[in-house]
Ligand binder design. Structure first.
Ligand code: ADP
Length: 344
């Protein structure tokens, strides 16, 4: 993928200062139009996560003043909270190029080499789902991160030689939904580690009101609050539910997103008052009815529901844990009295 492609339809690869910014990478899933429009372009356009932003502002400011690359940054937290958004805003702030890929798409060290050798001085390499890097690829990254050099073996058998290749100083940004699965040596090579937590309702309302403006949709404040309350503290979910409510309002009424329309639209999607969707409720129902409230292993729950245990761990359980509907014990997951009360 060439630099500047499929990144920013509004500014065609140029940021507000006219700085050229490219994104490339075969592992990157192309964003839908709405995703491209709604994703903030600059850190200042992002809402919430103020502690993370404060840290980043200082790091970016200092790196710019020194005229050096930023230190390596690791973001962790559940899906949809802004890890990729930060990773695309930071290079803009620095005025540098970014290469994007994902952990599972890098099957062998040789697949990482083009990314590393393409990097210019100070540019960013973003690896999403970095906890899923195969071990040999992870180990190959160590010297790249620490000394900006890599060892490449050329030739085979008795003719094999090791070439030591110097890289341009760069910044690695890693994102993970499972910080606990990252090995100690990899984790320790990141200079800045930031956890992204769930957003409160006010922040989600702010995000939705801004996005309604971008999409030129009339969104009533009480409707925004209703969507935000049912968005599981997650901007991606808030945006997706808003897009659905917008379509519903357009099809069933005059296009204005009111609280009444919002309630009907979300009900039709099976989203309840605290934002649980059908899959969340199925999880709780399976845990309570099939496993008598637990303890149950996530693999067993996944098999019963025909859903991968990764999906349950990454997308379903974090919010249920936070809502005190389940607890995790050494013997497995257990439903709390609050969850039992929902299914009485
Ligand atoms: P992650 O990489 O953590 O899965 P993303 O960065 O892809 O999450 O965020 C999903 C969407 O949520 C983005 O496209 C963006 O529209 C929205 N979003 C995330 N964080 C913020 C934020 N802090 N402010 C405004 N919108 C946000």
């Amino acid at each position: 993928m060439s630099p500047d492609e499929d990144y920013d339809s509004e500014s065609e690869g140029l940021d507000d200062n006219g700085i050229g910014l490219g994104v490339s990478g075969q592992g990157n899933v192309p964003a839908s139009d709405n995703d491209t429009i709604l994703r903030p372009k600059r850190i200042a356009d992002m809402v919430g996560q103020t502690e993370v932003m404060d840290v980043l502002h200082i790091a970016i400011d200092a790196a710019k003043k020194r005229g050096e690359q930023l230190g390596h940054i690791l973001f962790d937290g559940p899906p949809g909270l802004g890890k990729t958004t930060f990773a695309t805003c930071i290079p803009r702030e620095m005025g540098v190029h970014v290469e994007m890929t994902t952990g599972p798409s890098l099957k062998a060290p040789k697949e990482l080499i083009p990314y590393l050798t393409n990097l210019e001085r100070g540019s960013v390499l973003f690896i999403d789902e970095i906890h899923r890097l195969p071990k040999p690829v992870e180990e190959f990254l160590y010297t790249a991160m620490e000394d900006f050099r890599i060892d490449i073996v050329v030739g085979e058998g008795v003719n094999a030689r090791t070439l030591n290749l110097a890289l341009q100083p760069f910044t690695l940004i890693g994102a993970t939904t499972r910080a606990g699965m990252l090995s100690g040596p990899l984790r320790d090579r990141f200079h800045i580690r930031q956890h992204l937590g769930y957003y409160d309702v006010e922040d989600l309302v702010e995000i939705l009101m801004r996005n309604a403006k971008k999409l030129r949709v009339e969104l009533r404040p009480d409707a925004a609050e209703e969507i935000a309350r049912r968005a599981r503290g997650t901007p991606r979910i808030a945006n997706n539910r808003f897009l659905w409510v917008r379509d519903y309002a357009m099809s069933k009424s005059d296009g204005v997103v009111t609280k009444g329309v919002t309630g009907k639209a979300l009900e039709m999607m099976g989203i309840d008052g605290i934002g649980l969707d059908r899959q969340d409720r199925r999880y709780l129902e399976t845990l309570i009815r099939v496993f008598h409230g637990g303890p149950a292993g996530v693999e067993a729950l996944g098999h019963t529901m025909s859903v991968s245990s990764d999906t349950l761990e990454d997308e379903v359980e974090p919010f249920l844990l936070r809502s005190e509907l389940i607890i995790r014990t050494q013997r497995g997951r257990c439903a709390t009295p609050r969850a039992f009360a929902m299914f009485k």
